[in-house]
Design a protein around this ligand. Structure first.
Ligand code: SAH
Length: 221
């Protein structure tokens, strides 16, 4: 299969660095073809461990970043996961494999062109358990709540309260929190009464979140 050797090499590296650890997540990285989620001009770099530009201000996240965030989220078979910031749809596709046929991924993208781009990419791979919603992900997606886990793939000043509310007790939230220029990826486990137990996973740089809970949104503070 096309690019299979490059993909295996990338995954082997992520495993040997200790970034990828969980069997099902490793399988997801081996099964989901990242080159089907990049634009044509970026094809030669599809299996290099870097973020790549896609359309407009969006990027497809760096493989090691997706690995770290997915390992932190620990999606299980049958889970319902919410993603904010669909972009190319690649992270959603990785989650789709992890939750399996009985699980679902709801992913929200604010830009209409990217919604179309992601839907097209997911269709190419034959993925059926991902629903791409056009909207402001900071508000979550009440209609399908509660979620077993939530992942935010755009930088935000704080975890948007609607996301915390829509996550189940003992559910995990993984999100890049900070300024528009630099963020720390935080793993937050929701305890009883909505209290969060947080772990800092290090410094990263993401595309800033727009909308109500973005850096100039009404709900930023
Ligand atoms: N997860 C993606 C990468 C996302 S880049 C992947 O696997 O390729 C961040 C994305 O968040 C961009 O596409 C941007 O348009 C989107 N975004 C920014 N603010 C948003 C918001 N409030 N709601 C939903 N999506 C948002």
């Amino acid at each position: 299969m096309e690019f299979e050797r490059e993909r295996k090499k990338l995954v082997n590296n992520l495993v040997s660095f200790g970034v990828l650890r969980t069997k099902r997540i490793i399988e997801a990285f081996l099964k989901i073809p990242r080159h089907l989620f990049v634009t044509k001009d970026q094809l030669p770099y599809a299996y290099v461990d870097v973020a790549l530009p896609t359309l407009k201000n969006s990027t497809i996240s760096q493989p090691s970043t997706v690995a770290i965030m997915t390992e932190a989220l620990q999606p299980k078979e049958g889970d319902k996961i919410l993603e904010v910031g669909t972009g190319s749809g690649w992270q959603a596709a990785i989650l789709s494999y992890c939750v399996g046929e009985n699980g679902r991924v709801i992913t929200i993208e604010i830009d209409k062109d990217l919604v179309e781009f992601a839907r097209k990419n997911l269709k190419k791979v034959g993925i059926k358990n991902v629903k791409v919603i056009h909207g402001d992900g900071g508000l979550g997606y009440e209609k399908e709540a509660p979620y077993d886990g939530c992942i935010i793939t755009a930088a935000c000043p704080r975890i948007p309260p609607p996301i915390i509310k829509q996550t189940k007790v003992n559910g995990r939230i993984v999100a890049p929190i900070g300024t528009a220029w630099e963020q720390r990826v935080i793993l937050a486990v929701k305890e009883k009464y909505g209290k969060l137990k947080k772990i800092d996973l290090g410094a990263f740089v993401f595309v800033p979140m727009r909308g109500s809970y973005g850096f100039s949104g009404a709900g930023r503070i």
